[in-house]
Design a protein around this ligand. Structure first.
Ligand SMILES: [Zn+2]
Length: 247
């Protein structure tokens, strides 16, 4: 049987059988795939810390036709994000990112961009970037890559540019200007539009100093989160937990 390899990020693992782990990989070229790492729960095993969540690895595996699970034969650590897991809020937020990626089952053409996004956000967090800002950064790109981010700068009805506040449509597929909106439920602030423009042009910031205040980031995150929940058709489990624990 030929041995395959895939540059991957470990999304999560869980115990199976007596001493094994089931591993959910996000492969740069092959998207989501799952495999069994035999003996990975033994005290001293060949996988070491390479199977920790969010580890950036080269995974080696065997694949049998018709089987969903691959057999993981080894895993070389390229970069560890183990220390991030020690900070509870970061660790739960990374669980939220992992759930979004796993649920959206990224198509192979998009993988590389989504893969790089996740890796760069992990590296920014490791370098001390602000968690709330990077969460909104990840959400904005994730929405965009999945085609869930409508044009919020132009009114759906009169087609005019929205310069001041706008309002999100009921179906969350666009925005109305102040004069055209049938309701004023969810506000699209000028800061949100500026943020989306900023995110498009800048890599995830590795420092805490960003051009937005905490309340602004909070309100931006709230709208992005609503868009995500609406388009994913359910609230990610990890998000409900995160909201309860770290409001
Ligand atoms: Zn209008």
């Amino acid at each position: 049987m030929p041995r395959h390899q895939s540059e991957s990020i470990i999304l999560r693992t869980f115990p199976i059988a007596e001493q094994d782990k089931l591993v959910v990989f996000f492969g740069r070229q092959r998207g989501i795939f799952k495999g069994v790492a035999k003996g990975a729960r033994k005290f001293s095993n060949r996988f070491g810390s390479s199977l920790e969540p969010m580890s950036h690895v080269t995974a080696f595996y065997y694949e049998k036709e018709g089987r969903e699970l691959v057999t993981v034969s080894g895993c070389d650590l390229l970069e560890s994000f183990f220390e991030l897991q020690a900070q509870v809020e970061i660790s739960f937020t990374l669980g939220y990112f992992a759930e979004l990626i796993e649920d959206s089952r990224p198509s192979l053409t998009e993988d590389d961009v989504l893969f790089r996004l996740l890796l760069q956000v992990l590296q920014a967090l490791k370098s001390g970037g602000g968690l709330k800002f990077l969460t909104a950064y990840f959400e904005a790109w994730f929405l965009k890559l999945n085609g869930f981010l409508p044009d919020l700068a132009r009114c759906r009805r009169c087609r005019g540019d929205i310069t001041g506040s706008g309002w999100l449509s009921y179906n969350k597929d666009g925005a109305f200007c102040d004069g055209c909106t049938p309701h004023k439920k969810e506000e699209i602030t000028p800061e949100l539009r500026a943020f989306l423009g900023w995110v498009k042009k800048n890599p995830p910031p590795k420092e805490r100093d960003v051009p937005y205040t905490d309340p602004q980031i909070e309100s931006i995150h709230r709208v992005l989160k609503d868009l995500l929940v609406f388009h994913m058709e359910r609230a990610p489990k990890s998000l409900s937990f995160l909201d309860r624990k770290f409001p």
